[in-house]
Ligand binder design. Structure first.
Ligand SMILES: [Zn+2]
Ligand SMILES: [Zn+2]
Length: 279
């Protein structure tokens, strides 16, 4: 039987109206991104029984509004430190506003936030210095990647051995091409520094997803260029083709998901017969 790792997460906002993911382990709570207005974000946390001031940090993936809009005011009001790259700090203009504090995240260098170990992985997106994250606790790890134009080598390597994955499934290519956006914006989204499509995610689930990964959350779905059922079917059939029907697949709504707990697989029993041969 898989046992609980103590690491759990839930999306509290997803998509262009604002992104935030709550992660908890052994009494440590943090948010990845604060793209909702500060009041809205505090209310959503409070409705989950989470005191906003109890957050250890807000870790930022990049400076775009839908990820960082509420960060400065929330940090100031609730005394929560921000963590992000130097590029995010400059591009978000945190030097010009009052915030509790800012801790610089060096990409590829692991750091600790309470009981959680984190690592930022540089990703291709049209922002100053955007990162995806691997968060680990108690032998379990969660990968978190929103806003990236393609899955670069650094992410593919960094995401090996995950137990759970949150990944953006931003658009359906047909819906985007035929949709209402001006061509310049379509080009930006489609570019290698734009966003991941349902097909990009399906390809990864079909070929790259590690065997240990049991939970996949599709997030940051475009309201105009995607539909939750279209994204789900695309991911589901990719997993089914690979025989990975044990994977729990969630599609986040704009309001988020429920709690998702990371389980640990028991150690393989192979060591026992080998040891018995000694006698
Ligand atoms: Zn975004
Ligand atoms: Zn972005």
């Amino acid at each position: 039987m898989p046992s609980a790792s103590g690491l759990r997460f839930r999306v509290v906002g997803s998509g262009s109206s604002g992104n935030a993911t709550l992660v908890e382990a052994a009494g440590t709570r943090l948010l990845i991104d604060a793209g909702l207005g500060p009041r809205e974000l505090a209310e959503r946390l409070q409705s989950l029984g989470v005191d906003p001031a109890s957050l250890e940090a807000i870790v930022l993936s990049h400076e775009h509004n839908d990820h960082a809009k509420g960060a400065a005011s929330f940090s100031r009001k609730w005394g929560v430190k921000l963590i992000g790259t130097r590029g995010t700090y400059s591009a978000a203009g945190f030097g010009a506003v009052e915030i509790a504090s800012y801790q610089v995240l060096e990409p590829d260098v692991p750091f600790q936030v309470g009981a959680l170990e984190l690592r930022g992985i540089p990703i291709p997106h049209d922002a100053a210095a955007p990162v995806a994250f691997v968060l680990s606790h108690g032998g379990a790890s969660l990968g978190h990647a929103t806003d990236l134009g393609h899955l670069n080598r650094a992410v593919l390597d960094g995401f090996r051995g995950l137990d759970a994955l949150l990944i953006e499934s931003n658009y359906d290519s047909e819906m985007l091409r035929n949709g209402p956006y001006p061509w310049s914006l379509k080009e930006r989204i489609l570019s290698p520094r734009g966003h991941l499509s349902n097909a990009d995610v399906a390809r990864y689930l079909g070929q790259g997803l590690g065997e240990s990964c049991r939970t996949v959350v599709l997030a940051h779905l475009s309201q105009k260029n995607n539909h939750p059922e279209v994204a789900r079917m695309s991911a589901e059939s990719a997993l089914a083709r690979r025989g990975r029907t044990e994977v729990q697949l969630e599609v986040s709504s704009r309001e988020g998901t429920g709690w998702l707990e990371l389980a640990l697989e028991p150690e393989p029993a192979a060591a026992v017969p080998r040891q018995m041969r000694l006698f």
